[in-house]
Design a protein around this ligand. Structure first.
Ligand code: C2E
Ligand code: CA
Ligand code: CA
Length: 649
């Protein structure tokens, strides 16, 4: 009962009480005054009672009618309102359900025991389990036991903290599928604020994570491709530049040596045994470097047969020397590849940071220059950088640039040094020797030929010499000046070039020169670099009619076993054995041995660099066939040949 209705009821009852009491009092007095007797009084009393009853009944009727009508109105309005509210509630519930189930994200609620109270369609489709199989159950139904336990722990933590939290989760479903979610979870509270469960919204980020992973993997792959040498797995040139750049920036603290290692004769190994074999050798060399150098050394393959090693120099120079000695010693042992014992050596240059150079580029140049010096010192050795190397390297670059121009500007010409018969002293041939009259003066071939060989321009120079030599041969032939042949020097690089035979054919075709007028001089060392291929190539040249001689014989440690197989006409004893031959018994023995060897193999033999009568006499008496040297003739220009040569008829 509310206050208002109590007041109304109380007032009404009081009015009724007062009216009733007043009625009884006044009507009784009135009835008593007008009643003549008791009988009449009783009757009047009865009528009065009836009147009262009828009157109050009417009043009661009117009032209750009004009251009930009002109540009815209120009640029915209330009922209507209730119905509307009910309807709205139903609609709201439906809307919420629709929203919850339309969400592609998983929306769920659990009680404090971890049993699901709510599990929307999004959640069902993510884990592929219908909601009705989950409501009332815990995470074991959906996830692997480990994952379910992990989730449970996290839920307990969130409930204990009583706060809403978001985090990433990697979960494994019951059928072993990996899923990633971005999860927001928080406590569920009732109207009193007590926690009775936990709600959660999980966004499936599996695809995004796997996409990110792919991107990451691709990035790693790209990084590897860009920074590692695929053959040896060592860092590549780019890595090395980055590494050097970071270290050369620490000029105050860093101190290290950069070793530039280039294998000797690797190209020949590749040519003889094939590239796959060559690759295996490079891998073996990489392993050897990793074994020899300490783990902190940075070993790089920059391409081809070149390796760089960056090694800390806190230890002294003798430590580095001992490592280099160990390396050259190990390289002298054979590598066992595909059942073959293969020998290779290396030329190594070392430059120090910051002593020799202060930038990456300069340091590389210094190590390169030192490596070049090691090559020049006969390979299979190492050299520490010295500033004169840079000067030499600069000269080399200048020369190699200038020689290209010299070729175009006709600064190159050939001089011819006559070769004579040791007995009759008559001319039996001429060696063509290149001359370069540069803007700065004469540059000897011993200076520029090795540079041309290194840069590859020797192929063009060689073609020029062949063309000129053959033209000269034809001219002298027609002028009656050609006694014997013209000997043309062919460098190993030129010989090995795949186009060599077609160049030869072209020269012969263009000059119309008879190959029998030409002797090709091949150095002993170039034959040694690739004997099998050389034997085959020399055979082809012989079959075309060319004569073949081995130049600088005695310096290349030829193996006698293959010498007998070489299609060669002549051995040219190297100048170093002729020098001081009259005073040097060992040289005499060597020369005599070479002469008898040549005879034994059915080859001619020529002595180079004969400068004195004594040398000539000794050689002639030792049975030499022919002589070349300043004692008889120096190399002379093309135009001056008729001054010394008697025309043949
Ligand atoms: P090489 O083929 O051994 O040539 C002989 C060298 O000995 C020539 O030096 C010649 O001038 C020199 N010589 C000849 N007789 C004497 C002598 O009695 N005493 C002394 N001390 N030297 C003598 P040159 O012309 O300076 O050539 C040096 C080297 O350059 C040649 O050695 C050859 O290896 C190379 N060369 C020269 N011309 C050519 C060429 O056209 N092509 C190629 N590939 N190399 C060439
Ligand atoms: Ca020669
Ligand atoms: Ca020679």
């Amino acid at each position: 009962m509310n206050k208002q209705s109590f007041k109304h009821a109380f007032t009404l009852s009081m009015v009724y009480l007062i009216f009733g009491l007043a009625w009884i009092y006044f009507s009784d007095a009135l009835v008593a005054s007008i009643s003549p007797n008791n009988e009449q009084l009783t009757l009047l009393q009865t009528y009065k009672g009836w009147f009262f009853i009828v009157f109050t009944t009417i009043i009661l009727f009117i009032m209750s009618n009004r009251f009930f009508y009002k109540e009815f109105l209120i009640y029915s309005r209330h009922m209507e309102e209730q119905e509307v509210i009910q309807q709205q509630l139903i609609e709201k519930d439906l809307l919420l359900k629709t929203i919850i189930n339309s969400s592609p994200d998983a929306i769920f609620a659990k009680d404090l025991e971890g049993k699901y109270l709510l599990f929307n369609s999004g959640a069902s489709s993510i884990v592929d389990v219908p909601s009705d199989k989950i409501i009332g159950y815990s995470d074991e139904v959906i996830f692997s036991p480990e994952t379910a336990e992990k989730i449970r722990k996290k839920d307990i933590e969130i409930v204990a903290k009583g706060i809403i939290e978001s985090h990433e989760e990697e979960l494994t479903t019951a059928n072993g599928e990996q899923k990633n979610f971005w999860v927001t979870k928080g406590p569920l509270r009732n109207s009193e604020g007590d926690i009775f469960g936990l709600f959660g919204i999980s966004h499936d980020i599996t695809e995004r994570i796997s996409y990110e992973k792919t991107i990451l993997e691709n990035n790693e792959k790209f990084y590897r491709l860009a920074h590692l040498d695929p053959l040896t797995g060592l860092p590549n040139r780019l890595s090395m530049i980055e590494y050097l750049d970071t270290h050369t920036n620490q000029i105050d603290t860093a101190s290290f040596s950069l070793l530039f290692l280039d294998l000797d004769g690797f190209q020949q190994i590749n040519d003889s045994y094939g590239h796959r074999f060559g690759d295996k050798l490079l891998i073996e060399v990489a392993h050897l470097l990793q074994r020899i150098f300490p783990p902190e050394a940075y070993i790089v393959r920059t391409g081809g047969d070149e390796f760089l090693i960056i090694i800390n120099c806190h230890k002294n120079i003798s430590y580095l020397t001992s490592l280099l000695n160990r390396l050259t010693d190990s390289l002298n042992l054979p590598f066992h590849i595909d059942g073959i014992d293969i020998y290779t050596t290396a030329s190594i240059g070392s430059a120090n940071f910051p002593r020799d150079a202060k930038t990456t580029e300069e340091l590389l140049q210094c190590a390169d220059a030192a490596m070049y010096e090691a090559k020049k010192r006969g390979k299979n050795t190492y050299r520490f950088y010295n500033p004169t190397f840079t000067q030499k390297a600069l000269e080399r670059t200048t020369i190699s640039n200038k020689i290209k121009k010299a070729l175009q500007d006709n600064q190159l010409s050939l001089h011819y040094q006559p070769q004579i018969d040791a007995k009759t002293q008559s001319i039996i041939g001429y060696e063509a020797l290149i001359r370069w009259e540069s803007d700065e003066g004469f540059i000897p071939p011993s200076t520029f030929i090795p540079i041309c060989e290194e840069s590859g321009i020797i192929v063009n120079i060689g073609e020029f010499v062949l063309m000129e030599g053959c033209k000269t041969a034809m001219k002298w032939k027609s002028d009656g000046l050609l006694h014997g042949h013209i000997a043309i020097n062919v460098s190993a690089h030129q010989f090995i070039h795949p186009n060599f035979l077609s160049v030869i054919d072209n020269v012969i075709y263009t000059t119309e020169c008879d190959p029998t007028y030409i002797e090709l001089e091949i150095t002993e060392s170039s034959i040694l670099e690739n004997p099998e291929r050389m034997i085959a190539l020399l055979g082809v040249l012989k079959s075309k009619g060319f004569k073949i001689s081995i130049d600088d014989f005695g310096t290349g440690y030829s193996s006698l076993s293959y010498l007998k197989n070489l299609p060669v006409d002549k051995l040219k004893i190297d100048i170093s054995f002729i020098r001081n031959i009259t005073h040097e018994p060992k040289n005499q023995t060597i020369v005599k041995t070479i002469i008898s060897l040549a005879k034994g193999l059915g080859m001619e033999v020529l002595a180079e660099g004969v400068e004195t009568l004594e040398e000539y006499t000794f050689l002639r008496d030792s049975g030499i066939d022919s002589i070349q040297g300043f004692y008889f003739y120096k190399p002379i220009p093309f135009t001056e040949i008729q001054k010394i040569v008697v025309k043949s008829t």
